[in-house]
Design a protein around this ligand. Structure first.
Ligand SMILES: [Zn+2]
Length: 255
């Protein structure tokens, strides 16, 4: 395999300590980038290959204060229990629990209402535009849920949403709500989340001009997507740099 071939194999499962630190760093940097909202929105990561047990933000935790040791450990075998008794938001329980249970390749699940992507999710019949290099990264990787049905408090809603990512897509636009990004590691999912919002911001800006858009054709967009996905260590280097930046700021996310 050459350096520029996409490796379909999932990366080896990291230790629980590494996963806790990575997820805490993802929360901190998402807050730094203004992707969070109050104490809502949730990130999670599985600690086993089958996705039975996963780490998630505890109820009421601000993204900017995330610490490795304070993340909640959940178990999909206990999905029938009261989430409040486990210190976890009911919507997180429903969405993330069903996703980890049903889609094991979704080791990391990031859900935000980040403003630019969410603005696009509120446009009737919107499909992500192949408008720039960042957008091409998501060519044929996005699913769309156009049936907003209120907060995800019902197990059936969790199962319905999880089914939409069961077919191999990595991003779900939740109409009138936000986005879900899944990945094989925290680094991979966070890198996608970051570039999704970059591309969405550009689309909102370009659409706001009212001028005709110059779109990239399907063949080129598909080729650029493959270049992104096979770029050597792209997401790992980005996430390592994020952690280095947090360390330089003296952030105690590892604690
Ligand atoms: Zn939400």
């Amino acid at each position: 395999m050459t350096a520029l071939e996409h490796d379909p194999r999932p990366p080896a499962m990291a230790s629980e300590t590494e996963l806790r630190e990575d997820l805490a760093a993802a929360f901190r940097w998402a807050a730094h980038l203004d992707m969070n909202e109050g104490v809502a929105n949730h990130f999670s990561v599985a600690v086993d290959d089958g996705g039975e047990r996963f780490l998630i933000n505890p109820r009421g935790m601000h993204f900017s204060q995330a610490r490795a040791s304070e993340l909640a450990m959940m178990d999909t075998r206990r999905l029938g229990e009261d989430p409040l008794a486990h210190g976890v938001d009911p919507t997180a329980w429903v969405l993330h629990g069903h996703l980890h249970e049903r889609v094991p390749r979704a080791r990391c699940v990031l859900h935000t209402h980040m403003p630019y992507a969410t603005a696009l999710a509120c446009l009737r019949d919107f499909e992500f535009l192949m408008l720039d290099q960042n957008a091409c990264r998501f060519y044929d990787r996005i699913a769309y849920d156009r049936d907003y049905a209120g907060m995800a408090l019902d197990p059936d809603e969790g199962a319905r949403v999880a089914a939409m990512l069961d077919g191999g897509r990595d991003v779900l636009f939740l109409g009138n709500h936000g986005v879900i990004v899944i990945g094989r590691s925290v680094a991979e999912a966070f890198d996608d989340l970051y570039y999704l919002e970059c591309a969405a911001r550009l689309q909102v800006l370009a659409l706001s001009t009212g001028r005709e858009l110059s779109l990239i054709d399907d063949a080129t967009a598909s080729m650029v997507c493959e270049q992104w996905l096979s770029y050597p260590e792209g997401s790992e280097l980005h996430f390592r740099a994020v952690r280095d930046a947090l360390d330089a700021m003296g952030a105690d996310y590892r604690r």
